[in-house]
Design a protein around this ligand. Sequence first.
Ligand SMILES: CC(C)(COP(=O)(O)OP(=O)(O)OC[C@H]1O[C@@H](n2cnc3c(N)ncnc32)[C@H](O)[C@@H]1OP(=O)(O)O)[C@@H](O)C(=O)NCCC(=O)NCCS
Length: 316
Amino acid sequence: MTDTATPAGLEVLDVVEDSTACLRFVAVRNEARPDLELKSPADVTSDVARAPGEVIHLVDHADTLAARLLTVRDAANVGSTYLSVFTQGDPGEPLLGDLVELAMSRARALEVPDVRCSDIGDPGHLLALQSRHEFQEGTRWRRFELDVAMAPDEALLPPIVPGGLSTDTLLTRPDLSYAAFRTAHEGLLDAPGDFPRPEQSPETWLAALEESPVSDRGDVLILHDSRDVVFAVVQLELLASGSRHACLELLAVARQHRGRGMARLAKQLAGEHARQRGLLSVSALVHPDNEAMCATNISCGWTEGAPRRTVVRLAR
Ligand SMILES: CC(C)(COP(=O)(O)OP(=O)(O)OC[C@H]1O[C@@H](n2cnc3c(N)ncnc32)[C@H](O)[C@@H]1OP(=O)(O)O)[C@@H](O)C(=O)NCCC(=O)NCCS
């Protein structure tokens, strides 16, 4: 960050190079939002290493607010500055205004069209951004969850997988990495929603997985046939390292095999893996236009909870 002054009420923390600063960010974030999964310093530094754009971590002088600004833009010029605010409710002014000012200046400097802020439920800062800072209501991502201990039969893979298909992971079948990447990449390109899709190669995908404290090759699940044709790929990611709660980071059916019920098997594979891994819950965010995925979540017995609301302000 070279061309923007930090507002007086906020401090930028170098969470990668300065371990004391990282500990401070983590402590303020975890204290402010105990309803979220507790993050460790390793989670925060790894998030920075894996982030596809500029990341700035901030706290206020009184240590009541932590915030994160992530600015990402892809080759098609789709992108945003994503503002995450960790506080109890509305942080008030001038703090919120200072954060918005900084987020807008990063969006302009890095030439992304808007600033976005999301959260689950209805925390005060989203309403405050709308009422005081000209943010407009954006996408409401539908959120589905599986309580693994209470999983109904339809949430789990049947003992014999239909269609003579087999299941593996990237740990048991590393030779399927390239085919799995192709399917995952097609899924990323085709998933509905106006989010950036940064360039990836099999190598960068695998390298990010190696460095991740929340997902590894054993969490990338593959549905394939006896000729090693990959039909679907699913990836689970823990909400924080050591957590027993996970999210579905990716679910993709290969283009030529869509429309034949594969999404259901992929979803059941995720449920089965979560059960065998001893997880307590798995959640999934789905764009409201993704009707096939919403229908699959419901037919597999995942329950719908509070959406992830997004508010947006143009950076012009
Ligand atoms: C979304 C995706 C996984 C669906 O996979 P698929 O195997 O083609 O899905 P299916 O055709 O089996 O459809 C799944 C279910 O949705 C239903 N469905 C399909 N289109 C629908 C629509 N427009 N409205 C309502 N239901 C629909 C199907 O009837 C099926 O229900 P059933 O299992 O009860 O029969 C696949 O299109 C894909 O990989 N898309 C890109 C990546 C993506 O969007 N991933 C999800 C990110 S959250």
